[in-house]
Design a protein around this ligand. Structure first.
Ligand SMILES: [Zn+2]
Ligand SMILES: [Zn+2]
Length: 181
């Protein structure tokens, strides 16, 4: 997921949420997941999708109650704290996936030679490593923005221990992280 922060933060400052599909404003929105290709036009996750007409990826979206059935959104009506909690969860899941890939999942790709499975990704395919590392850094910056939102609003961060576990995992693998040392 990539959050459109300029837009989202403006909305949050105005204490209004807006439907990503039709633009309607409200204090509550349905936040959840859909695989409907029609939702690719506005889902943050699909910003970089090349073929938006046919994308059935699982997308996190924020829509009004009228739009939720149109896009088959599997979600719940929430306020902005609920929405930010969903963004935090999504960001954490993406970070974990990225780390799993960097540490081991890349070895299971069929075009990786068996002898290369003992090596690190940066040795085998430096270009692919740089791409994945840059993606993880973008996610970490997003994480810090979400974290700041919780601080500025005086809200407890759900499951705060997640962050130190993630940092330990990254450092144990010999990589860097913006989330701590
Ligand atoms: Zn709507
Ligand atoms: Zn997509």
């Amino acid at each position: 997921m990539q959050v459109d922060w300029d837009k989202t933060l403006d909305e949050i400052l105005a204490h209004k949420m807006s439907c990503q599909a039709c633009g309607a404003l409200g204090d509550m929105m349905v936040v959840g997941y859909t695989r409907a290709p029609e939702a690719a036009a506005f889902a943050a996750r699909c910003r970089d999708c090349t073929d938006k007409s046919n994308c059935d990826a699982r997308k996190l979206v924020v829509v009004c109650e009228a739009c939720a059935p149109k896009y088959r959104v599997n979600g719940e009506l929430m306020d902005e704290t609920g929405m930010m909690t969903m963004f935090l969860e999504e960001c954490r899941n993406n970070l974990e996936e990225s780390l799993d890939y960097l540490s081991t999942f890349w070895k299971e790709e069929l075009d990786v030679d068996y002898e290369d499975m003992q090596k690190r990704l940066e040795e085998v395919d430096p270009e692919l490593f740089r791409e994945e590392d840059a993606w993880r850094m973008r996610l970490e910056e997003e994480y810090l923005q979400i974290h700041r939102w919780f601080r500025e609003h005086g809200k407890r961060i759900p499951n705060p221990g997640w962050r130190s576990e993630y940092v330990e995992d990254v450092i144990a693998l010999g990589y860097r992280t913006l989330l701590g040392d």
